[in-house]
Write a protein that binds this ligand. Structure first.
Ligand code: ZN
Ligand code: ZN
Length: 411
């Protein structure tokens, strides 16, 4: 078979290695700024010879829903991962969405592997590894965070640190992403997978704005890897899971709307529950503060009043009931609260002042989750057909990237 159908789309089998890099938190400004100053020669070459556009990511503009969309070519209503966290209606507990059992569809990578194609997946953080590798037969799948623990049985490779010739990096470092890129280059040299997915971390983007020395150094390093992958014969696609914005007031302090505080003014204690789906075990760089929240109400009849009140709060740009939010953002209704709340470009949503340790933030807060972080880069190292160029004018999603690489290019 020379194509495979996944979630309603057909994908051609890769004729040469296809590599998608998900640059976590890569707002388009990082590319534009770096290109303007000549820091990204390989990306500049991709732009001359390949295809470049902007795409919209999935809302909430968080890591897990977007990574799963990119590998499955489908929105969260199809794959089921609505955030990094959700409230399990059966237990009433907040559950991290890193269990493959929560997935509701197959990935493009899994489908390719069933056709005998070799797959490699390298993630920065371990939280995504099992979700992304779910259903992939054979193949290699490991995280930089746990590279030294990789085994042939679990990850398809024993001791990934030997492959990369580096020690496992700190989970809070730029080196974690560089480890992923180095692993990608080595895997292309050795295992030569037919399709490879490399997912980085937004550690740098949470701390450093475009144009800062730290961001410059990071993107120059990434650009060199993209060039190497392409020179080794890979077809390279670059996108992001979401963008990133400063979430601060003029004085540099975080601009936070505390939803529990707002809701407590009109509702009895226990009448509501606020879930911040950005919450994950790696809170050091964002204090668990993002621009998307979902609110569960004990009495759904409170919905219209709460919604009206939230709509009047400065900094909140969207407060709509579940049905409307799930229709607009293509989310799974059973994993979303009674209301979806989104804050503006420079504002984050918190629970209450006591629930967030702001002393963990060493730099002015930068974060994501909302509509203002939806634009992401979409870059291919090869040109696409006229039909695909036309299609892009109607708007692209980050999860179109495998479609563009496999079906849109001549390679
Ligand atoms: Zn992310
Ligand atoms: Zn982040």
């Amino acid at each position: 078979m020379d194509s495979v159908k996944v979630n309603g789309r057909s994908y051609r089998m890769p004729a040469r290695p296809v590599v998608v890099v998900c640059i976590d938190g890569s707002a388009p400004e990082y590319f534009e700024d770096g290109l303007k100053r000549g820091l990204l020669p390989n990306l500049a070459r991709f732009r001359r010879q390949g295809f470049s556009a902007l795409a919209d990511c999935v809302i909430p503009s968080f890591t897990n829903p977007n990574n799963l969309s990119i590998v499955s070519g489908a929105p969260p209503s199809v794959h089921g991962i609505s955030g990094n966290f959700f409230l399990d209606p059966d237990t009433g507990r907040e559950v991290m969405m890193n269990e493959p059992a929560l997935l509701r569809c197959e990935s493009i990578l899994a489908a390719l592997s069933r056709q005998g194609r070799r797959i490699a997946i390298v993630t920065a953080k371990d939280k995504l590894r099992r979700l992304l590798g779910h259903g992939v037969q054979g193949g290699i799948c490991f995280s930089a965070e746990r590279a030294h623990e990789a085994t042939e049985a679990e990850n398809g490779i024993a001791d990934a640190t030997a492959l990369v010739r580096r020690k496992t990096p700190d989970v809070y470092s730029a080196a974690l992403s560089e480890f992923v890129m180095e692993a990608g280059v080595r895997l292309l040299e050795t295992a030569r997978p037919d399709a490879m997915y490399l997912s980085l971390t937004d550690y740098v983007q949470h701390k450093h704005a475009p144009g800062t020395p730290e961001a410059d150094a990071f993107y120059r390093s990434l650009d060199a890897y993209w060039g190497r992958l392409e020179q080794m014969g890979a077809l390279v696609g670059l996108t992001a899971d979401h963008g990133m914005n400063a979430k601060t007031r003029a004085d540099g302090t975080p601009d936070i709307v505390y939803l529990e505080t707002v809701l407590a003014e009109g509702l009895a204690p226990g009448g509501f529950r606020v879930i911040l789906p950005i919450t994950d075990p790696y809170v050091l760089h964002h204090g668990a503060l993002g621009s998307f929240a979902t609110v569960y109400l004990r009495d759904p009849a409170d919905g219209p009043g709460v919604r009206e009140r939230l709509g009047r709060v400065r900094g909140i740009v969207y407060a709509e009931p579940r049905a409307a939010a799930c229709a607009r953002f293509e989310l799974p209704p059973d994993r979303v609260g009674d209301l979806v709340v989104i804050s503006g470009a420079n504002v984050v949503l918190g629970k209450s002042p006591q629930s967030h340790d702001l002393s963990l933030l060493k730099e002015p807060l930068r974060s994501h989750g909302g509509l203002a972080e939806q634009r992401v880069p979409f870059e291919l190292s090869a040109p696409v057909s006229a039909a695909y160029r036309d299609r892009a004018r109607a708007g692209l999603r980050n999860f179109d990237i495998f479609d563009y690489l496999l079906n849109g290019t001549a390679a």
